[in-house]
Design a protein around this ligand. Sequence first.
Ligand code: MN
Length: 261
Amino acid sequence: MDRRHFFESSAVASTGALVGMSGHAAAAQTVKTPFEVAGVYIPVVDSDEFFPVRRIYCIGRNYAAHAREMGSDPTREPPFFFQKPTDAVQFVPQGTVADHPYPTLTKNYHYEAELVAALHKGGRNIAVADALNHVYGYTLGLDMTRRDLQRALGDEKKPWEIGKSFDHSAPLGAIHKVGQTGHFSQGAIWLKVNGQLKQNANLNQMIWSVAEQISKLSEAFELFPGDIIFSGTPENVGPVVRGDVIDMHIDGLPNLSVKIV
Ligand code: MN
């Protein structure tokens, strides 16, 4: 099908699917599709709007003590980025304990508590001084990890995709607009399993601040509205099993809770 015919067909489409034609174009077109693919949206606190998720970026080894526990030297190794698929999001409503499925293929399933920044502006080569103007809001999230697969694949110098980027691997809460919370440069971040404190750190221990993460990330990728960034986890990551309840906290945000089922 040539391009002109494609757009003519679009004009008479009856299914009503709304898509961005180039993935990031401002203009959307109605196209006829054989089935519908669900978008991924996160509720915005005190709003009737939902935050549309474009991409999920995650930063690795952004707290020195966690870098050391993962076997690397934080003074020599710069942080790095990876992605989770957008539909890895598991939205967890405030005040609830969401059932989180224990994934297949792992015997060592780990939590990683992280601050998450949500962008409403994109760009390339964003300056650190301008970076926080790109943040729409924040939430807290879990970078759930099949640690045994991540390690084994890393040892074999293969992509650790299935260790990090699987279904439901990104539980997170509703987005709080910056106007309500301000930006997060310090404050407690902790995680409990069955009431027992496991991770306990301060956001000011990040090696790269959120502003610096946005700036560095925008050197590698053009960022767009809808991108979210998991900002890395502090030390003392560890395993959970079915029946465990995770409670996660960041000062200034409501707690996030999931039960492993
Ligand atoms: Mn992580």
